[in-house]
Design a protein around this ligand. Structure first.
Ligand SMILES: O=C(O)CCC(=O)c1ccccc1C(=O)O
Ligand SMILES: [Mg+2]
Length: 368
């Protein structure tokens, strides 16, 4: 396969409800959508999960556009790609910038699946017909509102609830939710809001039967997490700290976590995500697929990845209608009774809704 043309679109989609974490609130999701055309005129789709500001990691919408335009696209156009794993080899001279790299690699995986007459799930070797998903709930203004939102998503069928926590909105919130919902599988995500000085507080969370606590300490740490894991019973799951297979290996060897959240964009693409998955499977570390408030395109990639065998814990891939009034794929992603039926159509499994894509497009540039 040879990429002949890449189109970058900047989309802006309004979220149904604002999403608040320990690092701030998002009301509109702005991101880059990539369309890659091969020598046969086939189109593959990729999504960059970088946000407008660098609070989750160091990348932003504008840095990813810069990396794509000035480095990555010129390195990949008109090159022979036998397998999506080749994309990483072409990009090997560029340090990090994983979300930018991943946007192209995702489109190449879509094209590769199409060229094999397979769904992305089949191309990846995934075996599941349906995947179990959970939902990530942002910090609400009051505990009463937090309870009301959890109540709503449970009635929508979600069976695993993740709540964001931050200093001042942690033990009390978790305690209140546990009292209201004694049996719901529940976890907390701190997005790096704590330090080892908070060990006393983090130990208190052991009383609430959480499935795990996600990324309690610094976004680039694996040392302090290993110290923390020895002192708390709740399993630690790493998100921000794991950007590569090497990071995963080191974190597992140190005992920094018992679970890993895999996000395709954070680790530079589906190929690296799969390598981390395979390694974790070998080491007995369960994984689940994280979310970055993706549009339908990125969501479709996440669904395909989740069909791999070691994705044994429900991910954050909620249904389209939880996020958007209208998603950019047809059909939209539907969650029924906590499950998504894995699509069987070739490529990413869903049809891009060009009308909706155009509606949300703020700007657009073609590279060939
Ligand atoms: O619904 C989703 O896509 C997951 C939302 C989520 O938790 C999240 C959203 C944006 C940035 C970071 C995270 C996270 O998992 O830490
Ligand atoms: Mg997280």
């Amino acid at each position: 396969m040879i990429l002949k043309e890449i189109t970058i679109r900047h989309l802006k989609m309004h979220l149904n409800s604002p999403f608040s974490t320990s690092f701030g609130t998002i009301t509109d999701k702005e991101f880059l959508l990539l369309e890659a055309k091969d020598e046969l005129g086939r189109i593959g789709w990729g999504e960059s999960v970088a946000f407008v500001a660098p609070w989750y990691n160091e990348e932003t919408l504008r840095t990813t556009w810069h990396m794509l335009e000035d480095f990555l696209i010129p390195m990949i156009l008109n090159k022979e790609i036998k397998h999506p794993d080749d994309v990483g080899k072409y990009f090997a001279g560029i340090r990090k910038n994983y979300m930018a790299k991943s946007a192209i690699e995702g489109a190449v995986w879509d094209l590769y699946a199409q060229s094999q007459n397979q769904s992305l799930t089949e191309a990846l070797g995934g075996k599941k017909d349906k995947i179990e998903v959970g939902i990530s709930i942002g910090i609400q203004p009051t505990i009463e509102e937090q309870i009301a939102v959890v109540d709503q998503v449970i009635s929508d069928g979600y069976k695993r609830i993740k709540v964001k926590i931050k200093p001042g909105r942690d033990v009390k919130v978790i305690q209140a939710l546990r009292e209201q919902f004694p049996h719901i599988p529940m976890m907390a995500d701190a997005n790096s809001a704590y330090t080892l000085d908070d060990i006393g507080l983090l130990k208190q969370l052991d009383d609430y039967n959480l499935m795990m606590i996600e990324q309690p300490l610094a976004y680039d740490d694996i040392i302090d997490h290993a110290i923390l894991q020895k002192q708390i019973k709740t399993p630690i799951c790493l998100d921000e700290s794991i950007q590569s297979l090497e990071d995963a290996r080191k974190a597992i060897e140190l005992g920094s976590c018992k679970i890993i959240n895999i996000k395709i964009g954070r680790v530079g693409g589906i190929s690296e995500a799969k390598r981390i998955h395979d390694y974790c499977e070998e080491k007995g570390i369960p994984v689940w697929c994280g979310g970055m408030l993706e549009s339908g395109i990125g969501r479709a990639h996440n669904i395909a990845l989740t069909t791999l065998s070691n994705f044994t814990l429900p991910g954050d891939t909620a249904g389209s209608s939880h996020y958007w009034e209208q998603d950019i794929i047809k059909p939209e992603v539907i969650v029924e009774d906590g499950y998504i039926s894995v699509p069987k159509k070739i490529g990413i499994g869903y049809e891009p809704n060009i009308e909706a894509i155009n509606h949300y497009t703020v700007s657009c540039k073609i590279y060939n």
